[in-house]
Design a protein around this ligand. Structure first.
Ligand code: CS2
Ligand code: MN
Length: 350
């Protein structure tokens, strides 16, 4: 197949083994990272070589990194941003040296993805991640000690407060400026090493806890892509993240950016959107949520998409227990469903 199917693996501590991943039909790439190093530090070559070799021993290729996190001081444009960007560039070079072709990152202040509940039970007994607006109203990171798996747990409550204050001062335009500084330094290095940088959209794609968020909609993504007009400055287009704002037309966005050759990585998952903006993560099939996954894959195949694809978050099913969103079974079902759609549409548009 043209597109390359991939699966996220959290390394040796991941309850989902590389062997299990290799047993999913059609699996090509492993999406991983050196997870035990703090943002702003250099990744050891030994760690990269180990991931590469372990994947190879299971017939898989380690060619996608998710993520090299961007240090908050880069996003805030603080004094040591320059030095931290040097470290970032060094990590890109090292990843490339061990075969990585695509690097995912995000530019979300303080928190990565945000949900209000990680184990919401559906009538069929499966559980999934949800965001309910009436629960969100009661969440206040300035007052409560809340932790989510997507968040950096190393911050103390008072550090989180300080960061939130700093971002409020910075505002959206300040964040755009710091993103511009970052891209102008990082993209030329990625070009040199043959790597595509793929920014993950903000999840959810709107302001939360008063923090600025900018990778949220078509207008802003156009702006992002024009900052450095390069085939190494790409998107990790996450359908479930962008899709939880009803105003985003995901099929149109996937069509536009894949036609332009600016999608390096597709995260595909479905969400069910509610009237008040709440959403539930659902199984990958179109019929299970608000997104037309079939149509999304059709436009990718029509545009001869040859980048990476992975089933994003899955539900917990069949009694599995594990990392929220990252169990084996439902993501494997998602991969299989997506492989079927891609096989059919790639054949059609061949
Ligand atoms: C991922 C993100 O689990 C997820 O939702 O899609 O955490 C993603 O890895 C980061 O935002 C990319 O930097
Ligand atoms: Mn995603």
């Amino acid at each position: 197949m043209k597109m390359k199917m991939s699966f996220r693996w959290y390394g040796k501590d991941d309850p989902v083994s590389l062997q299990y991943i290799s047993q999913i039909p059609g699996m090509h790439s492993v999406v991983s990272a050196v997870y035990d190093v703090k943002p702003g530090e250099v990744w050891s070559e030994e760690a990269l070589l180990n991931i590469k070799n372990e994947c190879l021993s299971h017939g898989l290729v380690f060619d996608v990194v998710e993520s090299i996190p961007v240090h908050e001081d880069i996003k805030l444009g603080r004094n040591n941003a320059d030095r931290l960007i040097d470290v970032y560039c060094e990590n890109i070079r090292r990843c490339a040296k061990y075969g990585v072709k695509c690097i995912t990152y995000n530019f979300m202040p303080v928190f990565d993805w945000t949900r209000t509940q990680l184990d919401k039970k559906a009538p069929d007994g499966s559980t999934s991640l949800v965001m309910y607006m009436d629960q969100l109203k009661n969440l206040n990171p300035l007052e409560d000690d809340i932790h989510l798996p997507g968040w950096d747990a190393s911050y103390t409550q008072s550090q989180v407060r300080g960061l939130i204050g700093a971002y409020e001062k910075l505002g959206q335009e300040g964040l755009w400026e710091n993103l511009t500084v970052f891209l102008k330094r990082v993209i030329p290095v990625a070009e040199e090493c043959g790597v595509k940088m793929a920014i993950h959209p903000d999840d959810p794609p709107y302001q939360i806890f008063g923090l600025p968020r900018i990778i949220t909609c078509e207008e802003n993504i156009d702006r992002f892509l024009s900052i450095v007009d390069s085939k190494s400055n790409c998107l990790c287009l996450c359908t479930g993240s962008l899709g939880c704002a009803g105003s985003n037309d995901i099929v149109a966005m996937v069509n536009k950016y894949s036609k332009a050759g600016r999608i390096a990585f597709m995260h595909i998952r479905n969400v069910k959107l509610m009237e008040d903006g709440s959403f539930e993560e659902r199984a990958h099939l179109s019929m299970c949520g608000s997104l037309d996954i079939c149509e999304i894959v059709r436009v990718l195949a029509m545009n001869k998409y040859d980048g990476y694809v992975r089933p994003d978050h899955g539900r917990m099913i069949w009694g599995e227990q594990g990392r929220p969103g990252y169990g084996l079974y439902d993501r494997a079902l998602g991969a299989t469903y997506l492989n079927g759609l891609f096989e059919a549409f790639e054949k059609k548009y061949n």
